[in-house]
Design a protein around this ligand. Structure first.
Ligand SMILES: Cc1cc2nc3c(=O)[nH]c(=O)nc-3n(C[C@H](O)[C@H](O)[C@H](O)COP(=O)(O)OP(=O)(O)OC[C@H]3O[C@@H](n4cnc5c(N)ncnc54)[C@H](O)[C@@H]3O)c2cc1C
Length: 434
């Protein structure tokens, strides 16, 4: 097997050589890998865990937030294909509870079926998958990445690729390649992390309205029984009967890209979940016999690095509903900032008949010509990030990165040499709503 020199004296095996390597199998990685593979690139998707899904599966996030123009999903083709595949797994009773409309798109999600559907789509596109490969480093030649280095059960190994797509959510690949980045708000604090969970066996006929639940939450806080900086209880319907989904823990002032902070965040998230289970059973009618249905297997990260790109988009684009010739994805999801420091959320909307566009240049890191960002870590400011980060537009950003990579491979050039207008046109041919 071919080997490559890693560091001054270590030779490591080169386990694969591809046109496009996508690192990270969340919504962004899904869009990127499927679009690159469908456009004739030899594509490999590497993921640190044993299944795809990213926050949709490992973070147990629900539902797919809306990103619509007049009730029509702005995210196609990959996002809608993902939803369609997912709902094929639903039982007739689940489909009756959660009817799916392919025009509207966004829906409640089963994390397990979402994960299975993702794997279906990726494998059907002829993209291969490497699970249990944690990106650990890169080997560069000048500004260009030649190999991604992975930590695996069999030790370090390398994958050679012409083009790399960073879909790690945190911009790990770009960071390891030495790209510039920003974090958080003006104080450097990112949106809080949350550990999601679901409770089942709830007597739905007896649960009070949201206002009453929030009053009980305040009383439990005053009684020193619950310690969570959130201002209210955030919950959603789940596809399972008599089950609710909670996105209500809040872990503030921890960095998702600081290993010790991240470990502490896991413990703090589950500490809050223990309190919430006790709170619901003791204080909230209908929950007396409620069971813990599931807990996210990893803490949910809303925000971390944002890699500086050739184009930097700000919240002004949101307010101005800015459109660009090289716009590669459309978004009208609100500015949605969970307070990085404590209680409260900021939510600002644009009209339902409007949207703004994300530009191809925001996916191109400044100083690394064969790298594309296909995840939430694109080149936008803190406020705009809070809008682009939800799963449907994330899938579209990923698919644009995949298309940029495919055009670069086809033309034998770097993604940074591809005109964003061409990426947009090719996406339209593939069914994108642009
Ligand atoms: C608590 C919470 C609630 C949310 N609520 C909603 C909601 O209701 N609706 C909605 O639409 N969106 C919601 N979001 C936002 C959304 O889930 C994320 O922004 C979105 O999943 C980001 O997609 P991504 O592909 O960029 O990253 P991710 O989903 O994080 O996927 C990144 C993937 O890369 C892998 N990876 C990371 N590092 C490495 C590495 N070093 N090596 C190999 N693999 C790696 C990860 O395992 C993961 O599979 C929420 C987010 C959070 C945290």
């Amino acid at each position: 097997m071919k080997e490559v020199l890693y560091g001054k004296e270590k030779l490591i095996p080169v386990v694969d050589s591809v046109d496009v390597l996508v690192v990270g199998g969340g919504p962004g990685g899904l869009g990127a890998s499927v679009m690159a593979a469908q456009n004739n690139c030899k594509t490999l998707l590497a993921e640190r865990f044993g299944s795809l899904g990213g926050m949709a599966f490992h973070g147990e996030v629900n539902p797919f937030m809306y990103n619509h123009l007049d009730k029509k999903s702005l995210d196609r083709p990959v996002f809608i294909s993902w939803c369609e595949k997912m709902v094929q797994y639903y039982s007739p009773a689940e489909l009756e509870r959660v009817p799916f409309d392919a025009t509207y798109g966004s829906t409640l999600l089963s994390k397990d079926f979402a994960m299975l559907a993702m794997e279906d789509l990726v494998l059907e596109s002829n993209c291969r998958i490497l699970f249990h490969h944690v990106l650990a480093d890169v080997i560069k030649e000048g500004d260009t990445i030649r190999y991604a280095v992975f930590q695996t059960k069999s030790g370090l190994c390398a994958v050679e690729s012409k083009i790399f797509i960073d879909s790690t959510g945190d911009g790990d690949l770009a960071y390891l390649a030495g790209c510039n980045y920003e974090m958080g708000n003006q104080q450097g604090n990112c949106q809080p992390m949350s550990s999601c969970f679901k409770m089942s066996h709830i007597d739905m006929t007896r649960i009070p309205d949201k206002k009453t639940i929030n009053e009980l939450f305040e009383k439990a806080k005053a009684a020193d029984e619950i310690h969570c900086p959130r201002e209210n209880v955030l919950y959603f319907t789940a596809i399972n009967e008599n089950t609710l989904h909670f996105n209500t823990t809040r872990i503030v002032k921890k960095s998702a890209v600081n290993a010790r902070d991240l470990s502490e965040a896991e413990i703090e998230g589950r500490r809050q979940i223990r309190e919430f289970i006790r709170f619901f059973r003791k204080w909230v009618p209908g929950f007396e016999n409620a069971s813990l249905h599931s807990i996210a297997s990893t803490v949910g990260v809303r925000e971390s690095r944002r890699i500086r790109g050739k184009v930097y988009q700000t919240v002004e684009d949101f307010h101005n509903c800015a459109k660009y010739p090289d716009g590669i994805a459309r978004c009208n999801y609100p500015i949605d900032i969970h307070n990085p420091d404590g209680a409260g959320c900021v939510c600002v909307k644009i009209p339902k008949t409007e949207y703004y566009e994300i530009r191809y240049g925001a996916l191109l890191p400044e100083n690394c010509p064969n790298l594309l960002m296909g995840c939430r870590a694109i080149s936008v400011d803190h406020a705009l990030h809070s809008s682009i980060r939800v799963m449907p537009p994330m899938c579209s950003i990923g698919q644009a990165a995949g298309m940029g990579a495919a055009l670069a491979v086809k033309n034998g050039v770097y993604p940074s040499e591809i005109d964003g207008k061409d990426v947009r046109n090719e996406l339209i041919k593939r069914g994108a709503y642009l």
